[in-house]
Design a protein around this ligand. Sequence first.
Ligand code: FAD
Length: 304
Amino acid sequence: MLTRTMVLKIAQIPVFKSWMTQSRFTRGLINRFIAGEDLETALTRAKELNERGFLVSLDYLGENTRLLEEAEQSAQQSVLLLRRIAEAGVNANISIKLTQLGLDLDEDRCKAHLENVLKTAQELNNFVWVDMEDSARTDATLRVFSSLYERYPNSGTVLQSYLYRTDDDLERLIALGCRVRIVKGAYAEPKEVAYPSKKQVDAQFKKQIARLLEAGKEPAIATHDPRMIEFAKQEARARNLQPQQYEFQLLYGISRETQKQLVEQGHRTLIYVPYGEQWYPYFSRRLAERPANLYFILKSLFKK
Ligand SMILES: Cc1cc2nc3c(=O)[nH]c(=O)nc-3n(C[C@H](O)[C@H](O)[C@H](O)COP(=O)(O)OP(=O)(O)OC[C@H]3O[C@@H](n4cnc5c(N)ncnc54)[C@H](O)[C@@H]3O)c2cc1C
């Protein structure tokens, strides 16, 4: 039985990575998860989703940037993305990772890049989600995000239910007043920092969904898990919340039937749409969430 950690490790093996990025067997799955390699294709996909009743968050893929120049270019790309969203009349905000903006290289510069992006979003009346990465970056991500929030309240960030620390972080973000996207968590984390069992993660996730619906600002519940979605609906009903007061968020290409049903039921539903050439780390996490995706690829390899 393949675990998340095992799949993420396999994904890093150079020969596997080069096969995955070049093989025709993997193309179908990649195209299912990634909206395209260029901005204009992603905008077209976003527009199609808008027409079907979805809100969209566009993610220009990239993370763990190793050069300051690349961090600078990524910030410029995000500014460009915000401008193109406005010009094209697409109903989309953006999601961004701080290691893409150089968090590991120079925190002050990373903060300056994020500020530049947030300022552009504010001018254009748009919104920025700061994604959450692995636990080694949680403190720095929350520090940078929180220090800018007061000046740029057009932003929100993400908390991961698998981390032991999240109850405390959630209270801090509720007190700050920002929007929070709650997720289970997508990285391979040691048991010193994260709940190892799915049962425990699910219990935390439920508790934190309920707390956000009780006290959070326009909570974003990001999951494909039908039991969690049902739980959130019940909690929202019990609190007399209107469907527009909270938001479901799902990833592009995953649980498409659930996505459709949520919109049909009148729920505010956002699809997270990743695009760009640096798709491999994002794609690996999607494989790790559901090892069946990897079996599917391997099976097609051995069929021929
Ligand atoms: C909008 C959005 C933004 C996110 N942002 C972040 C972030 O900033 N940081 C972070 O750490 N994580 C983020 N995540 C990922 C999240 O942490 C989980 O890893 C991911 O959502 C899978 O967990 P789940 O809640 O869907 O439940 P699970 O219990 O993992 O899955 C429930 C069901 O959903 C379906 N499913 C789930 N994943 C897949 C997949 N990859 N392929 C096919 N089917 C699948 C399966 O049917 C599965 O049985 C985000 C998720 C979403 C939806």
